[in-house]
Design a protein around this ligand. Structure first.
Ligand code: NOJ
Length: 889
C-alpha cells in the first residue's frame, strides 16, 4: 500500500532551494562583470553559458549502481549484505547521527544486528584532524609542486595508514575542488593545482594510495567551490552580508567538462576508486549542488559512471526527498539546517518518504548499496579497528556523546599512528621546494659561512604552542599548513630557526635570529654583519568559518602577511647575500624581489608540514637538489590573473560568472601574452638540463572512437519491507540519546511522524524521478570515469633530457598540446614525469597521449570529439620554456 502525503517532505523551511527544480527563480537584476575588462571570454559558448541566474536542467532518475568496471565483486558482496537489511538499517547507513554526538566529524548509524559498527568519516586531506599522535603532511599544493606521481601515491598510503590506525573508514580527501580558479582562493592549498591534468593525475594517485590501505577516499568538493566568500548563507549573514542563498558558480558545459570535471573523471576512474564525493556548499547554475540532479545524477553518476556514494558537505544538504531523488546518498553530519538541530532531512524523514512512496524503494536500496559497495571495494571484510579517538575532547576520559554530555568512559586511546612518516614528510617537503632564483651560485650554502642570520616571524615558533589556534586559525610563527578543516594537529613542528641553527652550530659557525618582523633595528645591524641572511615570509589562507587578520578564508591580497615586506627590504638593503624563503598557500607577488640586486636566491617552500625546518635546511645546504616546479603562475600583478574572488555580493544570491571559461592561470597569461614573474611549471636546480630529440609516434591500429550506447538494466531492489507505519515505530523501551538522528518514526500518522518542522511545505516530484526502468547510457559514459575509449593511447611522445651540470639532479620535463581550435588555449599541459639524472647522463621522457588529451567537448552532441584543426606538441622545462616542438599528424 502506498501513502499519498509524500510530497510534504520535499522542502526545507527557509530554503527556497529545496527544489533542484527551483532554479527558475528570478534572483534580481543582472549583475556587473566580475571579470577584469579585457579578459572577458571571446568564446560565445562560454559567454552564454556563464550568465547570471542561469539554470541547471533537471535530470532524473538517479542512476543506480550496477557494479561497473572493477566494482562487480564489491557489488556482489554489498548485495548479500543489503539484502538482509531492514528499511531502518538502510536508512541508518545514509544518515549522520548528529554533530559532536559521536567520535568522528561524521558518523553514520550502526547495524548492531549484523555486528556492523558505524562508519566513521574524518577530515583531513593533510592528516587526521582533531586527534593526537598523528602526522601533518605537506599540503596538496606541495604535492603538486613535486610533479611526482609516486609521492602523491605514497603520501596517500602514509595518510591512510594513520586513518586506518584510528579506526576511520572514510578519509575526507583528497581535494580537486577548489581547483584554483582564483589565486586568492582560501582552500586552494588543500588541492593540487589550477591545471586539471596535473591535479587529475595527483588526485587519482592519492585516491589509489589511500584506498590501497583499506580506507575509503572522499574525493571533494564536487564542484564549483572555488571561493570561500558566500559559500553558505548563515555563515556570511553572521559576517554581516545580506545574502539569502549560497553563491552560484555559473559555469558553461564546455568549461565544466574541459576544466572542473576533468580531475573528477580521473578520480572516479582511478581503479574506479573514488568512493565518496562530497557535494559542495555552493550552488552551480543556481541550484544547490547537493540537490542538483544535473551534476549528481547526470554528470557524476551518469556520464562518469560513479559507483560509490555521494555524501553532502557538512550542512550542505538543503532538503530531504529533493536531495535523495537528485542523487545525494549520505547526509552529514545528519543535522538539518544548523549544527545541533534535533531533526534531520534524512533519518526518520527518509523512512517516511520510502513508506509513503515519495522515494522509491529502489532508490534507498541504491543508496545503501553504494555505501556498502564502497566499503567492500576497499575494506573487503567486516573486521575493522575500533574507533579509538574522540574529535571533541582530547582527554582520556569523557562523554562519548560529547555535545549532550552522555555516556562517560574512555574516549581516547591516544594510539600513535605516525610510523616513520616524519622521515617521509621531511623528504617530501624538500622535494616540493621550488628554487625560483639563484644568482652567483648562492645556493647551496656550504655551512661554512662565518655568520648566518635568519629573520622573520615565519622562521620561528608560535610561542603559544604549534596547536594553540584551533584548526590553525592564526598566522603565528612559521607557516607549515593552512587553516580550517583541512588541517591536523602537529605532533611537533620543526621551525626553520631550529633546523638552521642546528646546522650552523654543528659546523662551528655563528648564528643570529630575529624572529619578529617588527624588530627592524635589530635586523638591520645583524644583516649588516652577516655573511648570509635568510628572510622567511608567508601568506596564509583557509576555510571561512575562521577569520584571520581580516581574511575570510580567501586571501584579501597576494602580498606577504605580518609586515614581512618591510623586513625583506630592511635586510636586503644591508646584506648583499639575502635569501628569501616563502611559505604560502598559493602565489605571492615576487616581482620586486626577483629584481632586487641583493636578493640572491628565492625559494617557494609552500606549506610543507611538520618537518618544515628540516626540509628547507636540506635544500639550503644541498642535501637535496631542488627539482620541484611551480604548480601555478606567479604573476607580476594580481590583475594579470583575470579572475578574482567576488568579495561583495552582487545580488542577494551572489552570482559568480565563469566567463573566463578555461582561461585560468597560465592559460590566461598565454592568451593575453602577459609575462609572469615565474611561469607555471618553472623551477631551477643546482644543475642544468638540456632537451633534445623529440619523437612523436602515432600508435597503430587504434580503433575509432565509438560513443557508448545501449541501456542500463532496470533498478534492482533488494528487500521488501512492510508498508505499515506501525512496523517502523521506535522499538519499545528504546533509550534515545538526546539530539541523535534515528531512522524510526514517532507515530503511525505519517504526517506527524517525524516531528520535523521542515515537513510542512508542499512540493512536487520531478518528472521521471521515480522511474526505475532501464535508462540510456550516455555517449561519454559507460564505465567509471567515462567512455573507456577516451583513455586509448593514440600517440607516444618521447624526448631526451640530459644533465649538463656537475651534480645529480631531478628534472620535470613537461608536454603541452595545442588543440588548435579558435577558442582553445595556446597550449595545455598533458603529461609530465619527474626524472632523476646523473651528471652527463641522459634520460628518456615518455608520455602516452590519450585520445581525450586532444579532444574537445561538444555541447550539442554531449560527447567528446576531435576538432579538425592542427595539433602541436611542445616539450620543455616549463610552460614558457619549450624548446622542442612537433606536430600530431
Ligand atoms: C566542511 C568542509 O568544507 C569539508 O571539507 C569538511 O570535510 C567538513 N566540513 C567536515 O569537517
Amino acid at each position: 500500500m502506498r501513502y499519498s502525503i509524500a510530497t510534504a517532505l520535499l522542502a526545507c523551511a527557509g530554503s527556497s532551494a529545496a527544489q533542484d527544480f527551483s532554479n527558475d527563480g528570478n534572483y534580481g537584476a543582472p549583475f556587473p562583470d566580475t571579470v577584469y575588462p579585457g579578459f572577458e571570454s571571446k568564446n560565445p559558448v562560454v559567454k552564454e553559458g556563464a550568465q547570471s541566474n542561469q539554470t541547471s536542467p533537471p535530470k532524473y532518475p538517479s542512476p543506480w549502481g550496477e557494479g561497473l568496471g572493477d566494482w562487480a565483486q564489491a557489488y556482489g558482496k554489498a548485495k548479500s549484505f543489503v539484502s538482509q537489511l531492514t528499511l531502518e538499517e538502510k536508512v541508518n547507513l545514509t544518515t549522520g547521527t548528529g554533530w559532536q554526538l559521536d567520535s568522528c566529524v561524521g558518523q553514520t548509524g550502526s547495524i548492531p544486528r549484523m555486528a556492523f559498527r558505524a562508519l566513521c568519516f574524518q577530515d583531513a586531506p593533510t592528516g587526521i584532524r582533531f586527534t593526537d599522535y598523528n602526522s601533518v603532511f605537506p599540503g596538496g599544493i606541495n604535492v603538486a609542486a613535486t610533479w611526482d606521481r609516486g609521492i602523491a601515491y605514497q603520501r596517500g598510503v602514509a595518510m591512510a595508514e594513520e586513518f586506518k590506525g584510528k579506526g576511520i573508514d572514510v578519509a575526507l580527501g583528497p581535494v580537486a575542488g577548489p581547483l584554483g580558479r582564483t589565486p586568492e582562493g582560501g582552500r586552494n592549498w588543500e588541492g593540487f593545482s589550477p591545471d586539471p591534468v596535473l591535479t587529475g593525475y595527483l588526485f587519482a594517485d592519492t585516491i589509489e594510495g589511500i584506498q590501497s590501505q583499506g580506507v575509503m577516499a572522499s574525493a571533494k568538493h564536487f564542484i564549483g567551490y572555488e571561493q570561500e566568500h558566500f559559500r553558505q548563507t548563515a555563515e556570511f549573514q553572521n559576517y554581516g552580508f545580506n545574502i539569502t542563498e549560497p553563491n552560484s558558480a555559473n559555469i558553461d558545459d564546455e568549461t565544466m567538462h574541459e576544466l572542473y570535471l576533468w580531475p573528477f573523471a580521473d578520480g572516479v576512474r582511478a581503479g574506479a576508486a573514488s568512493i565518496t564525493v562530497v557535494c559542495s556548499y555552493n550552488q552551480v547554475n543556481n541550484s544547490q549542488v547537493c540537490q542538483n540532479s544535473y551534476l549528481q545524477n547526470y554528470l557524476l553518476k551518469g556520464e562518469l559512471g560513479f559507483q560509490g556514494h555521494i555524501v553532502s558537505d557538512w550542512l550542505g544538504t538543503h532538503s530531504g526527498v529533493a536531495s535523495v531523488l537528485a542523487g545525494l546518498d549520505v547526509s552529514m553530519p545528519g543535522d538539518s539546517t544548523a549544527y545541533h538541530s534535533d531533526d534531520s532531512f534524512y533519518g526518520a524523514n527518509l523512512t517516511i518518504a520510502v513508506l509513503n512512496g515519495t522515494v522509491p524503494a529502489w532508490r534507498v536500496d541504491d543508496m545503501a548499496m553504494r555505501i556498502m559497495a564502497g566499503y567492500y571495494y576497499v575494506e573487503g571484510n567486516t573486521t575493522r579497528d575500533e574507533i579509538n579517538f574522540n574529535s571533541w575532547n582530547y582527554d582520556t576520559y569523557g562523554y562519548k556523546h560529547s555535545y549532550v554530555g552522555d555516556d562517560f568512559g574512555q574516549i581516547n586511546q591516544h594510539v600513535d599512528v605516525r610510523g616513520d612518516h616524519g622521515r617521509l614528510i621531511r623528504e617530501w617537503g624538500a622535494r616540493s621546494t621550488v628554487l625560483l632564483k639563484n644568482v652567483r651560485n648562492t645556493l647551496p650554502l656550504t655551512g661554512k659561512e662565518k655568520l648566518t642570520a635568519v629573520f622573520g616571524d615565519d622562521a620561528g615558533p608560535n610561542i603559544d604552542g604549534p596547536n594553540s589556534c584551533s584548526d590553525h586559525g592564526c598566522d603565528n610563527g612559521t607557516l607549515a599548513i593552512g587553516w580550517g578543516s583541512g588541517t591536523a594537529n602537529y605532533p611537533y613542528l620543526v621551525t626553520p630557526d631550529f633546523a638552521i641553527q642546528s646546522e650552523v652550530l654543528s659546523k662551528g659557525g655563528a648564528y643570529q635570529a630575529v624572529l619578529s618582523n617588527g624588530a627592524l633595528d635589530s635586523a638591520r645591524s645583524i644583516a649588516r654583519a652577516a655573511n648570509v641572511s635568510m628572510v622567511f615570509a608567508n601568506s596564509d589562507s583557509g576555510e571561512t568559518y575562521i577569520e584571520v587578520d581580516g581574511n575570510l578564508g580567501d586571501r584579501n591580497n597576494l602580498t606577504f602577511w605580518k609586515g614581512a615586506d618591510e623586513m625583506i627590504e630592511t635586510v636586503a638593503s644591508e646584506c648583499n647575500n639575502t635569501i628569501l624563503v616563502v611559505h604560502s598557500t598559493g602565489p605571492v607577488l615576487l616581482e620586486k624581489w626577483e629584481n632586487h640586486k641583493n636578493i640572491t636566491a628565492i625559494l617557494w617552500a609552500g606549506i610543507p608540514g611538520q618537518e618544515a625546518g628540516n626540509s628547507i635546511a636540506d635544500v639550503l645546504y644541498g642535501r637535496v637538489n631542488p627539482g620541484a616546479k611551480l604548480p601555478f603562475t606567479v604573476g607580476k600583478s594580481r590583475k594579470d590573473y583575470g579572475t578574482d574572488i567576488l568579495y561583495t555580493p552582487n545580488q542577494e544570491v551572489p552570482q559568480i560568472q565563469y566567463e573566463e571559461g578555461v582561461f585560468i592561470d597560465y592559460r590566461v597569461f598565454d592568451k593575453y601574452n602577459e609575462t609572469p614573474t615565474y611561469e607555471f611549471g618553472y623551477g631551477l636546480s643546482y644543475t642544468t638540463f638540456n632537451y633534445s630529440d623529440l619523437r612523436v609516434t602515432k600508435i597503430q591500429n587504434v580503433s575509432d572512437y565509438v560513443p557508448s550506447s545501449g541501456w542500463t538494466g532496470a533498478a534492482p531492489t533488494y528487500r521488501n519491507f512492510s508498508t505499515d507505519p506501525a512496523d517502523h515505530l521506535y522499538p519499545a523501551n528504546f533509550s534515545r540519546v538526546e539530539l541523535y538522528k534515528y531512522p524510526w518514526i514517532n507515530s503511525t500518522n505519517l504526517t506527524e511522524a517525524s516531528a520535523d518542522p521542515h515537513y510542512a511545505l508542499p512540493g512536487f516530484i520531478p518528472e521521471n524521478a521515480q522511474n526505475g526502468s532501464a535508462q540510456p547510457i550516455p555517449k561519454a559514459g559507460g564505465a567509471p570515469g567515462g567512455n573507456p575509449m577516451l583513455w586509448d593511447v593514440i600517440y607516444r611522445v618521447e624526448a631526451t633530457v640530459t644533465n649538463t651540470g656537475n651534480v645529480v639532479g631531478e628534472e620535470v620535463p613537461q608536454l603541452y598540446i595545442s588543440r588548435g581550435g579558435p577558442y582553445d588555449p595556446v597550449k595545455e599541459l598533458r603529461g609530465f614525469q619527474r626524472l632523476s639524472i646523473e651528471p652527463n647522463c641522459s634520460a628518456t621522457f615518455v608520455v602516452d597521449v590519450k585520445r581525450k588529451d586532444i579532444m574537445s567537448w561538444s555541447t550539442v552532441e554531449q560527447d567528446w570529439y576531435v576538432r579538425n584543426s592542427t595539433k602541436k606538441v611542445y616539450v620543455g622545462s616549463s610552460s614558457r620554456n619549450l624548446p622542442l616542438e612537433g606536430m600530431l599528424s
